[in-house]
Design a protein around this ligand. Sequence first.
Ligand code: AVJ
Length: 348
Amino acid sequence: MGRDDRSDRGDSRRGDPHITAATGARLRVDVRQPPGAPDLARDVVAGLGASPKSLPPKYLYDDRGSALFEAITRTAEYYPTRAEVALLESVAAEVADSTRAAELVELGSGSARKTRTLLDALGASRREVRYVPFDVSEGALRRSAEDLLRAYPLLRVHGVVGDFHRDLGAVPEGGRRLVAFLGSTMGNLSDDEALALLAQVRAVLGPGDHLLLGLDLVKDEGVLLAAYNDSEGITAAFNLNLLAVLNRGLDADFDPARFEHLAFWNPGAKRMEMHLRARLAHRVRFRALDLDVDFAEGETLHTEISRKYLPGEVRDLLQSADLRLVRWWAAPEPAFGLALATAAPAPP
Ligand code: AVJ
């Protein structure tokens, strides 16, 4: 994802026309290039031109998609958020003790609740802590930043709106750092992409800095299937919203009624998969690309993977990215894990 944009990393931070000033003396938001039309056009040409068809999951999170995901986390069946919140609440003091962080960098949209749990444990209500949220959705980032600034009078927020696969180098210099990558968001990545991302995180960790990684764990298939096929149909709406993103972004003519939500467990790859399945054979036009895409009846567009981990593979995964596991906490039923890691000491 976003491979070809590497060249803009690092050198263009100052004077970047995408960086805008923001409200409030304690709030600054740098707007990097969000996943917008150029990326979308390229990804559609590549992903819908291929067989099987697929698109990167980041396009699910426009403002409506982000709101639908928040609604998913409140469904009875979607356990990961509740499992992680409960685990985090029970170990936050240990995380703070182990890290003594003065800066919390959060990758991906986290629920405000998780952020507050970490900020409270880090003592943000009585000392100056810096919070660096990193998100593709500017709306979601600003809303949560403003809530937090009101709740923590000593907090400073320096948000980065961007694609963390590409813009992680734009995370501003800071103090003793805790990078939180929660919600099992890493599970959306292929194993190769996850490794690449961990290596990028590793690059922004100095001595004494930490990574806190939330990972959903392999569990009973029925629990997994229910979580991605909630009875209110919110996950289906979240998945189908991708078609609205494509219609708007590339002037396409998808009819959501011609697709159905499909989510299943892939045991070989240890992941949930979300697809949109065509109910009938039809053609979709992308006016902005002057492109027609044919769907056969029953053909699927793969929209998301959600990798579930085995506790035994976490240490090796981190190690492959030159990270060292220092603490591991796991909650049973529904199983969910939190890993605390540091940059492995440089070889002699
Ligand atoms: C936010 C990526 C962790 O994969 O469980 C929820 C997104 N997709 N239901 C996940 C999601 C369908 C979620 N993550």
